[in-house]
Design a protein around this ligand. Structure first.
Ligand SMILES: NC(=O)c1ccc[n+]([C@@H]2O[C@H](COP(=O)([O-])OP(=O)(O)OC[C@H]3O[C@@H](n4cnc5c(N)ncnc54)[C@H](OP(=O)(O)O)[C@@H]3O)[C@@H](O)[C@H]2O)c1
Length: 322
């Protein structure tokens, strides 16, 4: 299906089903849960019986207000929801957060890497342009740092655990001109402000994080860890659009956030067949765009070589999942 046909199908024909999976006894972490999809996904999982939900957010006051809102609408116990600080623009914060998860939580069943941003402004955080640091590097760092905890939970409680990344359908239209860079220069090129195409940057970040999901599945097959790693996409909600006319049009066409959030809940309920897969609209779907064919395999390899170096520089040994 073409990108446009898929858009029409998503926005007008198919509505993600109401989630019914049980999250009884489960401990859940959602990043960027202070608003939008993250907040609504937390609300769903509390309704579906989760025993502990951690809202991992950079703005603690905003997250506390979100937790109160969930409590008021679901009438859950105040102990069910906790707010923990996490700033994805800081590798130190990501590591402090992960260490806290490992030491303070007896189990982690579900991790939704939802925090993300799209911006036309070029700004550096840590060693990369901000979109790349937040949507790709910190998200990948969390996946590798917490994989052992998810594996431990799966073994200890004879279950399967999930690490689900919130991607975007827009990965498919990423142009990624920076991929023409010489070997070993992908990130250096993305970090060159004079060459940056910030209209494409968000799409590129979602393309690259899709490669990471596929790469983790290669490094840690489901048979060896019982940790399911997948990537969901929620359909178009109105907030990603800058252009005024497009914003008005999309507002008319867009899904309510609660409906988009069902796709996140589905991603963490779906079985091992989703490992390493793309699951937009609650359906496992072959990936397209620059992930396709030999070109996609080659590009994934190049991205991984450079990303691995970055992750190892932040926390040596983090990428060995065995
Ligand atoms: N909206 C759409 O149409 C759409 C479509 C496809 C995919 N998505 C993806 O869905 C996810 C959620 O987006 P949304 O639409 O729900 O938007 P949103 O309401 O803006 O939520 C984004 C969340 O990410 C957090 N965040 C951003 N930068 C962060 C950082 N450095 N550290 C920690 N948290 C950070 C935000 O925190 P603050 O509240 O502190 O800013 C916020 O809680 C994103 O990954 C987005 O790319 C959205």
């Amino acid at each position: 299906m073409s990108f446009f046909a898929a858009f029409i199908y998503r926005q007008f024909i198919h509505e993600p089903p109401v989630p019914i999976a049980s999250f009884k006894d489960k401990t859940i972490i959602v990043t960027g849960a202070s608003s939008g999809l993250g907040l609504e996904a937390c609300r769903w999982m509390v309704r579906l019986g989760a025993s502990q939900v951690i809202l991992a957010c950079r703005n603690v006051d905003k997250a506390e207000a979100a937790a109160k809102d969930i409590q008021a609408t679901t009438l859950c116990s105040s102990d069910t929801l906790k707010v923990w600080h996490l700033d994805m623009s800081s590798y130190a914060s990501v590591q402090v957060f992960s260490d806290r998860v490992k030491t303070e939580l007896p189990r982690v069943d579900v991790f939704i890497a939802n925090a993300g941003l799209g911006t036309r402004t070029f700004r550096m955080t840590e060693d990369n342009e901000e979109t790349i640091t937040t949507n790709l590097i910190s998200t990948s760092l969390l996946a590798f740092l917490l994989h052992p905890k998810l594996r431990e939970t799966a073994t200890k409680y004879s279950t399967q655990t999930h690490f689900t990344v919130v991607g975007s359908e827009l990965y498919e239209v990423a142009k990624f001109k920076e991929s023409k860079a010489p070997a070993g220069q992908l990130f250096a090129t993305l970090n060159d402000k004079s060459k940056a195409n910030m209209f494409d940057r968000y799409n590129v970040s979602k393309l690259l994080v899709m490669f990471v999901v596929k790469q983790i599945a290669l490094l840690s097959p489901i048979s060896s860890s019982e940790v399911i790693v997948n990537c969901v996409a929620p359909g178009e909600l109105h907030r990603e659009i800058d252009n005024r006319a497009a914003r008005i049009a999309i507002k008319l066409l867009a899904r309510p956030t609660e409906v988009g959030a069902r796709t996140l809940v589905h991603g963490v309920s779906v079985g091992p067949e989703s490992h390493g897969q793309y699951v937009p609209d609650c359906k496992i779907t072959p990936t397209a765009g620059l992930t396709k064919g030999e070109v996609g395999v080659e590009l994934q390899g190049r991205v991984w070589v450079e990303l691995r170096q970055k992750l190892e520089a932040i926390r040596p040994g983090v990428t060995s999942l065995s």
